[in-house]
Design a protein around this ligand. Sequence first.
Ligand code: ADP
Length: 403
Amino acid sequence: MEEALNILIIDDDEVDRMAVRRALQKVSLPLKFVEVSNGKEGIALLQETQFNCVFLDYLLPDCDGLALVRELQEMGIEVPLIVLTGQGDEQIAVEMMKAGACDYLAKSSVSPNVLIKTLRNAIRVHQAEMEVKLANQRLRESNEALKRKNKELKQQRQQIHLKNLELQEAYRHKSQFLATMSHELRTPMNAIMGFSQILLRQYPDPLTSQQLDIVQRIFNNSQNLLTMLNEILDFSKIEAGRMDLKAEEFDLASLVQLTSEELRSLALNKNLSLEIEIDLANPLVTSDRSFVRRVLINLLSNAIKFTNVGGVWVKVWQVTSGRIAIAVEDTGIGIAPEHLKTIFSPFRQVDQTLTREQMGTGLGLAITDSLVQMMQGQINVTSQLEKGSVFRVELPRRLNVDL
Ligand code: ADP
């Protein structure tokens, strides 16, 4: 069953109250009536009871209807109010509606039909107003929340900016430290290598085979250490933008041939074959000779380092009239797909354990990548675990020095 509507009638004239009540009782709507004859009682009731609608006489003995409407508004009491006016009081009714009343009705035109229509309308309008008010309230709240979030984000952005500056500063210090340290270490390392080379000459006195073995080890290890120090120094130079490119015309075929031959002994020590296949009608290129040499040394020494059986191939060919490719292929341990992207990042090695078999700084490929980029080229790798890897560098035949 439909729940009865709670109606309050505030009117000092009992006849008028009855007229409203009787007229409304004629419509088939469950209604409950409460009646009071002055504003004070009306307000007291409205404070403690929830009404669906209030019929309010605009002229009450203790206050006028307008003051009452305003008081209810101030108290935050939300209820649909229908003002009952006398003949010719429309102006007052309009004022009351401006103050918050829903509608008005001339007492002379009180009839069941008009009353029920006005009542329904007032309840609907009031409901709609409440919904708008609620939506507005929610909007205001979410606006506030957004403002707060915005403020928080702004603060976070500032903090990130500060942290970024700190990081840049720390990074600069780290690069500076690496550059200084590797530079300082190179001098004693060169001395160790120089003196061990003198001892290896065995002049004037020969060494025992044990001494020879020890000195040879000192020399080999210092050479490895020097390579690592040079890598660190080169890397910090690249990071600081102090690695200068010098473009010149040179014979790529002979550079590849000579450089590969320098590393042949490393391949021979591991019983690996080293084959060089150069297919260039015109071997002249314009690029940075020492960069190309460094790239080849890095790729070739990695290929030898990470291959235990089989061999290594260096191939050079012309891709288009303006582009040359150099590939270093091996039948080595290969690289798992998940490591293919990271190996070009500084200090990244597939085997990061301290017990790894191969020495290295993890900087070789990062340096190689930077050098290739400086020469306006690209490097990519394809690899299969246990089968081998192919590192392919593509360079412009003529470096564009205006870029
Ligand atoms: P490093 O050789 O000093 O460790 P690199 O930057 O030259 O550093 O290489 C990074 C890593 O990439 C190596 O540690 C190795 O795990 C992997 N890698 C590079 N070249 C090869 C290769 N030819 N075969 C297998 N793995 C390789």
